[in-house]
Ligand binder design. Structure first.
Ligand code: NAD
Length: 549
């Protein structure tokens, strides 16, 4: 029975659990970690709802313990990408015409499973596979993913509810069609929630999807897929393939029915994708939607009126949580010379107590970086910094990959505000600080604005409202997520919709209505109840000779 106007259950943010010693959630989590470590899984691709295996089995190891084998994933090839596209196109018509309430129910059920019976398992997988601490896994895999799913349902209902004006003889409607074709979700390693949101947001709006996760996130991606299927997602709506990015791109970007890409990852990859789509533009049925959230070089700017302890905490948490592998991580800071000593002594208190090691020892604040390639890139940068005259490493600078890919949280002081690590994203636990002359605050603000190509997140610390107002105006385009007296990380769905501009992406704000608007194509319908029956308008009925001249 469809003859009702339904309202989706109101969404609210999932509560972040504490995992204190003795808490039930901690006990469940420890059991889930032990269970995951006790077996070796063999993870298939999922195409048209079926498990797909291949000859190529790729090992999966925890980044903090690379001798332990968690399992294998089955690596596919171009033929699997083509099969995934075919399955998505075959499922499209039924899925796009299914009532929105049914689509909503599937993803609301998935949210309930994530925050309930699957919580420990998806957190354990994120901790083991991506080396996240329990708190980082909880705010990502359990809470943010459930929030994305629940709030997107609410936004979808709001979008469908927004209708144009009509009058007694004309009924205007807007019908929000799914895109004509399939959507490609290309997801990064660093957030389980983003990996789940990128395919599910377009699917919720009636699209069918080919999803290629990062190779280093497959261990938790497979649980997301299992949840979606268990929640009732029909076959072919989301198809999960494990291939290299270029292999997926080669097949997808030359397909006539490619309707859009939902990407999160590095700027360089996004730019290469955009070029490829541009080169193929005449092949497509429609102009593909290109949505990409990419890199950052996020700043913390402290004014002399700020509180040194608060600035120091913003730096240590903002730069080093999840080993600096958050797109929003603070990686460049500007501290006035007249408060540097105080900030440094507060930083010292934090750095001296910060522990690094396995995620299973929950007293560790720092775990491993994602893989060997990242370890090599970061360690060679540190080696270079050790030799550069313009910089001084004041904390960290050591690394060790004998057990896991561990890079010590590292703080660099630079005299050159354009030093490489003030401009380029390194994506690791490395913070570069430039100490500025406090009498040159305005020049420093200009420097913050013009130093890097990115504009993702940034913070101003000050007690002075004139300064805050000034900085907000001057740095209007320097960050898509701007923080006042807070670290630049930790955006929450429906509270701080997330995304940046300039080199940081298309700013389509994941976790907001704006993002969902990219996955629909409105059809405006005008219905006339009493259509005119003559071409003549009333003004044409004036008398002849009305004008004297
Ligand atoms: P990445 O760009 O290396 O990979 C992202 C995805 O693209 C992966 O699935 C990867 O396999 C695929 N890929 C890689 N090369 C490709 C190619 N040539 N063609 C097609 N696909 C390709 O990014 P990552 O290392 O997984 O994630 C870290 C990056 O993501 C950082 O730059 C970070 O700032 C960014 N990020 C941004 C946000 C945001 O919201 N702005 C959020 C999370 C991560």
């Amino acid at each position: 029975m469809q003859n009702n106007l339904y309202f989706a259950p109101p969404a609210k943010n999932e509560q972040v659990l504490s995992y204190k010693i003795g808490s039930p959630e901690r006990k469940h989590l420890i059991l889930a970690i032990e269970h995951a470590k006790s077996k070796v899984v063999d993870i298939p691709m999922i195409i048209d709802g079926k498990e797909v295996w291949s000859e190529k089995k790729i090992e999966i190891h925890p980044p903090h313990d690379h001798q332990h084998l968690l399992g294998f994933y089955n690596r596919g090839d171009e033929s699997n990408v083509s099969e995934a596209i075919d399955a998505a196109l075959a499922a499209r018509e039924n899925w796009a015409s299914l009532s929105w309430k049914q689509r909503a129910s599937i993803f609301l059920k998935a949210a309930g499973m994530i925050s309930g019976p699957y919580r420990a398992r998806i957190n354990a997988a994120t901790m083991l596979g991506q080396s996240k601490s329990v708190h980082q896994a909880e705010i990502d895999a359990a809470c943010e993913l459930a929030d994305f799913l629940r709030f997107n349902v609410q936004y979808m209902a709001e979008i469908y509810n927004e209708q144009p004006d009509s009058d007694e003889l004309i009924w205007n409607r807007i019908e929000q069609r799914a895109l004509e074709g399939f959507v490609f979700a290309l997801t990064p390693f660093n957030f389980t929630a983003i990996a789940g949101n990128l395919p599910s947001a377009p699917a919720l709006m009636g699209n069918t999807v080919v999803w290629k996760p990062s190779n280093t996130q497959i261990y938790s991606a497979t649980i997301i897929m299992e949840i979606f299927m268990e929640a009732g997602l029909p076959d072919g709506v989301i198809n999960l393939v494990f291939v290299s990015g270029p292999v997926a791109g080669k097949v997808i970007f030359s397909h006539r029915d490619f309707a859009g890409i939902h990407f999160t990852g590095s700027t360089v990859v996004f730019q290469s994708i955009w070029k490829e789509i541009g080169n193929n533009i005449s092949k497509y049925r429609s102009y593909p939607r290109i949505v990409g959230e990419t890199g950052g070089k996020n700043f913390v700017l402290a004014h002399e009126s700020s509180n040194a302890k608060q600035v120091a905490t913003a730096l240590t948490r903002g730069a080093f949580e999840y080993q600096g592998q958050k797109c929003s991580a603070a990686s460049r800071a500007y501290i006035p010379d007249n408060m540097w000593d105080k900030v440094l002594s507060e930083i010292k208190c934090d750095m001296d107590t910060m522990k690094m090691g396995s995620v299973e020892d929950m007293s560790n604040f720092i775990n491993a970086v994602i893989d060997e390639a990242s370890f090599d890139k970061l360690s060679s940068f540190i080696d270079r910094a050790k030799k550069d005259k313009d910089v001084e490493i004041i904390y960290g600078g050591n690394y060790d990959s004998s057990v896991g890919y561990f890079i010590e949280p590292t703080i660099i002081l630079t005299k050159d505000p354009h030093y490489l690590s003030m401009e380029e994203e390194l994506f690791g636990p490395i913070l570069t600080i430039y100490i500025y002359d406090h009498t040159k605050f305005e020049e420093t603000v200009k420097l913050v604005d013009s130093t890097s190509i990115y504009a993702l997140t940034g913070s101003i610390f000050s007690k002075d409202r004139y300064i805050i107002e000034y900085v907000m105006k001057e740095l209007e385009h320097a960050a898509g997520n701007f923080y006042i007296n807070d670290k630049p990380t930790g955006a929450v769905v429906n509270q701080q919709p997330f995304g940046g501009a300039r080199g940081s992406g298309t700013n389509d704000k994941a976790g907001s209505k704006l993002n969902l608007l990219r996955w629909i194509s409105p059809r405006t319908i005008k219905e006339c109840f009493l259509p005119p029956e003559s071409y003549k308008y009333p003004f044409m009925e004036g008398e002849e000779g009305e004008f004297s001249g």
